[in-house]
Design a protein around this ligand. Structure first.
Ligand SMILES: Nc1ncnc2c1ncn2[C@@H]1O[C@H](COP(=O)(O)OP(=O)(O)OP(=O)(O)O)[C@@H](O)[C@H]1O
Length: 230
């Protein structure tokens, strides 16, 4: 993935405000990258542009050979559906569907899905496949949301504060799961987090401030999720 001079502005009253400015970034297939920075620095906006949820106002974004910044709405929808798995802080599961059905919703619309039961097994939720989200703990709900995201067999797994609502032990479980998916499927994983130690398990650490990248650190000696401590 390659971003070149990406910018994004929002209109506030009569003025424009640049939430992202001159973003230049390369992330290789199969890498884990984390995005750190204070609240409002543009982390989620950047993730949303990469995931095709929002459109850049300047610059180019390539994912593989596809120039995402040239896509129209229909092409963006297809890109999101086929290429991107999203994991959010608050899970966003559909409350009146079971665990299994929540994952099936994703596989039904994707072109190259994985087997739902295998994915539920991978996140250790197969025995709870008939439960509803309200019957699950936060960590379990997050495992289902990760199952839903990876069941599409996406090229990119985008995680916005995936452990933001979880305690330390459960967070670690989720990080280990994300790491395993990254290794097993060679999925490129981008993680937005306030939790700086998570950066230790990443290949690249991108720091943002006021909409600009201030630093890109390459971790030659990244540690496993098991070793992440806070
Ligand atoms: N739809 C929008 N309309 C107007 N301004 C927006 C919109 N989305 C984001 N912004 C603004 O853009 C800036 C970057 O927001 P963003 O959510 O990307 O930051 P962040 O680093 O993810 O913050 P946080 O850590 O609090 O989630 C903020 O000043 C925010 O208020």
């Amino acid at each position: 993935m390659k971003l070149n001079k990406v910018g994004k502005k929002f209109k506030i009253a009569e003025n424009y405000f640049w939430a992202l400015k001159n973003i230049n970034l390369d992330i290789n297939k199969g890498e884990i990258a984390t995005f750190l920075g204070p609240s409002g620095s543009g982390k989620s906006t950047l993730l949303n542009i990469i995931g095709g949820i929002e459109k850049a106002d300047e610059g180019t974004l390539y994912v593989g050979d596809s120039k995402i910044t040239d896509f129209n709405d229909k092409e963006l929808t297809k890109y999101r559906r086929d290429n991107v798995g999203f994991v959010f802080q608050f899970y966003n599961l559909i409350p009146n569907l079971t665990v299994e059905e929540n994952v099936e919703v994703a596989t039904n619309i994707s072109k190259n899905p994985l087997d739902v039961k295998k994915v539920l097994e991978a996140v250790d939720m197969l025995d709870k496949k008939n439960k509803f989200p309200s019957e699950l703990s936060g960590g379990e709900q997050q495992r289902v949301s990760i199952a839903r995201a990876i069941a599409k067999n996406p090229e990119l797994l985008l995680c916005d504060e995936p452990t933001g609502a979880l305690d330390f032990t459960t967070s670690k479980e989720i990080l280990k799961l994300i790491e395993r998916i990254n290794k097993e499927f060679n999925t490129t994983v981008l993680i937005v987090t306030h939790n700086a130690p998570i950066a230790d398990m990443a290949d690249k650490v991108v720091r943002l401030r006021s909409g600009e990248i201030t630093d890109i650190q390459i971790n030659k000696n990244k540690i496993s999720a098991e070793g992440v401590e806070w």
